[in-house]
Every structure is written in C-alpha cells, then in structure tokens.
Design a binder for this molecule. Structure first.
Ligand SMILES: [Zn+2]
Length: 335
C-alpha cells in the first residue's frame, strides 16, 4: 500500500466522514429548530450594540429591527438561512416565525413564499413564535391568526409566567388550539440551566392532561440537568408515558453565564445521553443563526452535532445518526 493509499483509507475511517456518510444515506440532515426570519441580521456595527446591552434592552433592539423589516427583507433573510441549509445537505427544517404585533404578517408571508420557492430542495415546516405570549389581548389576536397559517403550534410559557404568572395557562391555550387544528406543539422550555425551572415536567403534565401523547416536543430542556438523579429518572419515566420528544440546540445556551448555584456538575446541554437511554426521541437544531441572540452561530449542523456528542460524552453512533436525521423528521411530523 502506498503512502497515498494509507492516507486515503485513514481518511475514510475517520469519525466525521463515517457520520457524514451515514447521515447522507439516511436521507440527509434535519435542522429541527431555528429562527430563519432573523438569520444573518447581526453585522459588525450592530455587534457593538449586542455587547453593550442587557437582555431586556436587547428585546427592544430586536423589536426595532423587526419593525424596520419589510416582507422583502424577511424573504431575503429566510432565503439566506434556507440556502445555508441546502448547501449542507439538510433535507428538512423546522423554523419558528415571529407573528406578533411588531412584525404582524410580514415574516410569515415571506416564509410561505420562500417555502414555495425552495420546495424542490428542502421540506420546510413553519412554527409560530409566541415571543409576546398568548395571554395579552393583542398577542392572542396574532397567536390565533398565526396558528392557522403554520404547520406546528409554537410556545414560550416563560413569557406569560414572567408577565402574568400564567405559564400553565399559556400551555393550555397552545394545546387546546393544537387539538382543534390537529397540529403538533413545539415549546421552548428549561432554557436557563437552573434548579428553579421545572418546565419540561410542566409541559409533560400538560401533555398527559390534554391527551396529546406523541404530539408534543420540548425545545432545549437543559435545566433537567440541574436536578438530582432521582428527579431526572422520575421525569424521564413520565416523559416516556407522554411520548414526549426533545430538540437539542447545543450552541444556543452554551454561553449560559457562570453562577454560584450548587447542584449536579453539569454543562448547559440537553442531556441526550440520559434521554436516549430512557427511550425518548431527541433531534437537533441550530436555533438562532447570526442574530442578536447568537451572533457567532453560523448554522453549521456538524458543529452542533459535534458539540452535543462531545459535551454529553455520547457514544451511541447509531443513535447519533438518528438524532441528525430520522428523529428530526419525527419531531417535525414528516412521515
Ligand atoms: Zn428557539
């Protein structure tokens, strides 16, 4: 064997090429969670604002940005995000879309147009972002309007919990609407890597209560790892009963700030190792791409998968391939 042949063979056997090959054989990547409407909206100049502002100030900045974007602007940003996915052999993606008093129907109209334009290249499932909650009267008006236009009902109970102490009611509204429209539900939960959060459990309880078994997907579920093993095992059992599924977005909260809390040693990643062991379907998503929330995230699927499996010391390669491909289709309701 020549040196060249040895080199080629060792390249064939490296883990990344092995996984990339299997992912392609399994129908290609699935990016199960993103916010394509705001993708690539951060620039070198606006990065200075990002550095200086608190999270609360950032919400106002995002509102200003959204109110300045026309349907054409939204279409351009959607297209950039979609092409970023197509170039990596992503076969399907699920994206949240802002439908609220600030951007009204501009983002969703652009999303529907972009989905049609790229329909030969990629399957796109649209989900409504409820950044303004569903309790406030005006926010509820846009939620109801959005629910009819999207494929999957999206949620963010933290918003209504913070403003009104009504996180549970937020979930009731999502589930009742989803049942009426026969749609799945995707909810942002347990994002802050904190013992104070038990949102995955709350979402699981609501899933059981509404009989939505197998139709509800938790996004993030990071704070599960802030609780002890007895809590986690009991939760996984309940999640299995509700046939809950989870989407991990590894880069999204890796910047979780250092805190003085005590608890299990952990990082800010979805515990894919324990969830998969418990028989719970886990998929992967990029979340925000190069915007005010995640300025350095560039939507690279391999980087996301690498971080997840490295950070969780996850070594079940067959399931890793599933996470990148078939599990993504399941959480998006693609047969
Ligand atoms: Zn998100």
């Amino acid at each position: 064997m020549t040196n060249q042949e040895t080199l080629l063979r060792s390249r064939d056997q490296n883990l990344k090429s092995f996984l990339m090959q299997r992912i392609a054989q399994n129908g290609g990547w699935v990016n199960a969670h993103m916010h394509a409407d705001r993708a690539f909206t951060i620039t070198r100049d606006s990065f200075d604002i990002y550095q200086k502002q608190t999270l609360i100030e950032k919400w106002d900045t995002v509102d200003r940005l959204k109110s300045s974007m026309s349907t054409d602007d939204y279409y351009r940003h959607f297209s950039m995000a979609i092409e970023r996915m197509i170039e990596q052999n992503v076969s399907a993606m699920g994206t949240f879309v802002d439908i609220d008093p600030i951007c009204e129907e501009r983002a969703i109209r652009a999303a529907i147009k972009a989905r049609e334009h790229y329909q030969q290249d990629i399957t796109i499932k649209l989900v409504n972002q409820t950044l303004k909650g569903v309790i406030d009267k005006e926010a509820r008006y846009w939620f109801d309007k959005g629910a009819d236009l999207v494929d999957i009902i999206g949620g963010l109970p933290r918003r209504d919990e913070r403003d009104y102490g009504k996180g549970a009611e937020h979930l009731d509204i999502l589930m009742t609407t989803a049942k009426r429209l026969d749609k799945m539900v995707h909810v942002h939960v347990d994002q802050f890597n904190s013992q104070e959060e038990k949102e995955t459990e709350q979402l699981t309880d609501k899933t059981l209560e509404h009989g939505m078994h197998g139709r509800v997907v938790a996004i993030h579920s990071i704070s599960i790892t802030a609780h002890d093993i007895a809590y986690r095992q009991a939760l996984y059992k309940k999640m299995q009963q509700a046939q809950m599924m989870v989407i991990a977005c590894p880069f999204a909260w890796i910047d979780s700030p250092r805190r003085e809390d005590h608890g299990p040693t952990r990082n800010a990643l979805t515990p894919v190792d324990e969830l998969s062991q418990a028989g719970i379907v886990v998929a992967i998503g990029t979340d925000n791409i190069s915007d005010y929330m995640l300025p350095f995230s560039d939507g690279d699927m391999w980087e996301e998968l690498k971080l997840l499996i490295t950070g969780c010391r996850y070594t079940d390669l067959d399931n890793v391939i599933g996470i990148a491909t078939t599990n993504g289709r399941r959480v998006l309701g693609i047969a």
